[in-house]
Write a protein that binds this ligand. Structure first.
Ligand code: GRF
Length: 204
C-alpha cells in the first residue's frame, strides 16, 4: 500500500534524497507529505524545497537531544494534519519519546550507521574503526523506546579497509544507507512482513 511519509531530519538530508529518488524512479510506492527539521538552516529543508515537498522548521527547545513536550505535540499534530502514516527518522539527532511512538505504533523507522546492536549512539563509524572492526555497516529498524534498539528491517555490511579514516568509512556507509532506506520502506509498503518479538519476518 502506498506510504504517506513524514520525514524528520537535522542535517544534510542525503537519506531523504535517496527516498525522493526511489519515489521518482518508481521503485518505491510512497509520497513525502512533510519534512520537518529541528535545525533552522538544515540542508534537508533546501532539498525538500527543490523537490516541491512541504517542509518546515520545528523548534524543539528547550531540549537539545530529545523530542518532548510542546514540540512533540506540535510534531504529532503536523504529521497527522499532513496525512502521514509512516514516520522516517532520516538523520534526526534527537531521541523520540513514547507519545510519538504511541501515535505511530510500529510506524517509526530510523537509520543507524552501524550493524546494530554494535555501536548505538553517535559517530558509530568511528567507534567501529577504533574497535578494530573488519566489517561495519548500516541498519534500518523500527523505533522503540530505547536508543537504536528496535526490531531490525534491513542491514547492509561495509568492509573496513586498512587505510580507512572515519571520513572514508562513513562515506562508504552512506552509499549503503541510500540503498537501505528505500529498501526498508519498500518492505513496509509491500506489507508482507510480521514483527515477532525482535524479529521482522519478511515473506519474499
Ligand atoms: C546518516 O549517517 C544516518 O545514518 C545518521 O545521520 C546521518 C544523516 O545523514 N542517523 P543525512 O542527513 O541523511 O545526509
Amino acid at each position: 500500500m502506498k506510504l504517506n511519509l513524514g520525514i524528520l531530519g537535522s542535517g544534510s538530508g542525503s537519506n531523504m534524497q535517496s527516498i525522493v529518488e526511489a519515489i521518482e524512479n518508481g521503485t518505491l510506492d510512497a509520497e513525502i507529505k512533510i519534512v520537518l527539521a529541528d535545525v533552522k538552516d538544515a540542508y534537508i529543508l533546501e532539498r525538500a524545497k527543490k523537490h516541491g515537498i512541504k517542509c518546515q522548521y520545528l523548534d524543539c527547545a528547550p531540549w537539545k537531544t530529545k523530542l518532548e513536550g510542546p514540540a512533540e505535540d506540535e510534531c504529532i499534530r503536523i504529521l497527522k494534519d499532513s496525512g502521514v502514516d509512516t514516520v522516517v527518522l532520516a538523520g534526526f539527532m534527537r531521541i523520540v519519546k513514547p507519545k510519538l511512538l504511541a501515535a505511530y505504533p510500529n510506524r517509526v523507522l530510523n537509520i543507524h550507521p552501524a550493524l546494530l546492536p554494535a555501536f548505538p549512539g553517535v559517530h558509530s563509524w568511528t567507534q567501529a574503526l577504533d574497535y578494530g572492526c573488519k566489517v561495519a555497516g548500516v541498519t534500518v529498524h523500527f523505533v522503540d523506546a530505547g536508543t537504536d534498539s528496535g526490531p531490525i528491517i534491513v542491514q547492509k555490511a561495509v568492509k573496513v579497509e586498512e587505510d580507512d579514516t572515519p571520513e572514508t568509512l562513513h562515506a562508504r556507509i552512506q552509499v549503503e544507507e541510500h540503498k537501505a532506506f528505500p529498501e526498508a520502506l519498500g518492505i513496509i509498503a509491500a506489507g508482507n512482513y510480521k514483527i515477532e518479538g525482535r524479529r521482522v519476518r519478511i515473506a519474499r
